[in-house]
Design a protein around this ligand. Structure first.
Ligand SMILES: [Zn+2]
Ligand SMILES: [Zn+2]
Length: 142
């Protein structure tokens, strides 16, 4: 077949001298350009998405007449307590889900937190990985 001759000549050209460098430089340019475009594109859309959506957090309303628990979206670097979506009072504080019964419990600055719904005691003395507390500057105990 004629194709064989063409490809063997092409291989020879690539394997020696100028052909090799042209191939390498062209390949690097294509790979680098594509990577830069992909990286830029992803980064921009991720930042936009984050700014638009904030983050989802669990909250507990500390208003005794309300007591709403659930999930809500808050902007990054928000301050607590926040307006409760149900009673509209500024009584919503961050919460976390009970490992035993799944109810949402108010986050507390204590190493051991007892679930008021089932009595399960959460031990947060294990270290920062299992610590659900937000940084102190962003959380005020009521
Ligand atoms: Zn409420
Ligand atoms: Zn529980």
């Amino acid at each position: 077949m004629e194709g064989d001759g063409f490809f063997s000549r092409l291989r020879e050209w690539i394997n020696e001298g100028a052909g090799r460098w042209v191939t390498i430089v062209a390949a690097l340019a294509v790979i680098g350009g594509a990577a830069a475009l992909a990286y830029r594109g992803r980064k921009r859309s991720e930042v936009e998405a984050v700014l638009e959506h904030g983050r989802r957090v669990l909250f507990v309303c500390t208003n005794p007449e309300c007591g709403e628990r659930g999930e809500m979206r808050v902007p990054y670097y928000c301050s607590w307590p926040r307006a409760c979506p149900k009673c509209k009072q500024k009584t919503a504080v961050p919460g976390f889900r009970c490992q035993w019964c799944g109810e949402i419990i108010k986050t507390q600055a204590k190493p051991m937190v007892r679930c008021p719904h089932c009595g399960y005691v959460h031990d947060f003395t294990g270290g920062p990985v299992s610590n659900p507390f937000p940084p102190k500057s962003r959380f005020r105990e009521e």
